[in-house]
Design a protein around this ligand. Sequence first.
Ligand SMILES: Cc1ncc(COP(=O)(O)O)c(C=O)c1O
Length: 372
Amino acid sequence: MNKFISVNTPLLSGNELKYVTECIETGWISSEGPFITQFEDSFSKYVDRKYGIAVSNGSAALDIAIKALNIGKGDEVIMPTFTIISPAQSIFTSGAIPVLVDCDPITWNMDVSQVEAKITSKTKAILIVHIYGLPVDMNPILNICSKYNLKLIEDAAEMHGQKYYDKMCGSFGDISIFSFYPNKHITTGEGGMIVTDNKEVEERCKKLRNLAFNPNGRRFVHDELGWNYRMTNLQAALGLAQLENIHKHIEIKRKIGLKYHNALKSLNHFQIPLSKIEYAENIFWIFGLVAETEILNEKMVKYLNLNGIGTRPFFWCIHEQPVFKNFGLFKNEFYPNAEYLARNGFYLPSGLGLKDDDMEYIIEKLLEFNDY
Ligand SMILES: Cc1ncc(COP(=O)(O)O)c(C=O)c1O
């Protein structure tokens, strides 16, 4: 058997080639060029924000978000333990401490009922992360932020086009961020976007992404440190073309997710994602499965791979990351729901380019495993 179905394939079916060709023909290939502002304006409008700042990736967006909100040494930021390392890394490298919260076993998002107990006099912000397709329950978070006067950073890296009730994900944070890695609903190859409604924050983010060059002072004289986290015009050209098709992309993802959902209801001993909850329909960034035991998880992943079906394990908990253990963090901290998901969960091919017959084949193999 030669065929291998990868966990992700992007869809580049619109004006991508046309716009990228335009960059090459006009010579605008760096971070200056007309597609950057067009992409920033169109994307921020799409998620109902005043300002967009395009950057080189979603992790870079988080670094900038933390610094732009003046979070650093001596501060604490509350965040979920079940997520990618990027938000914890941004907090930690700023000098602040990530303070962790377990996740809900059904939605896989941060358990908002555990947040308030983590607040101390050092807490400066809450960083929420919408995980895998369902949004975090935002109303309790917004109430806590206003009660304790905390900043809100919203990691919507996986959540383009998703809504919490009727409000766009990415429109909640003092700063919200997105990623445009090729497994996202829209891609720029590598890329990210910061969005905000605050003009001062926008200006600070723009400065920080550009080595903190002072926009009003003498060139090459710096009063603080930033990064070169600029997006190129080539990437923005891709992004703009993708954004033109975002509704189609969301529809395709939902179709893939619902097809898996309906077909795999009968899969014994595995938890599948909910198709909707009170405040949102699942946008199915990825379609995850959670086995009842670690052994079953390993067995299923091996079986799928042997049958030419790619999988990817779930995130590994932040409190169990060797790098943070080595720094002496999170000693004797346990978050059972997140630990269970990290050990027992993986996801199926869920990319926009997934072909119908490949999906039929994946489902057939999964259901065969039922009788294994
Ligand atoms: C929740 C979350 N935050 C941040 C990131 C980082 O984005 P990037 O890969 O663009 O750096 C990702 C990447 O997938 C993510 O899933």
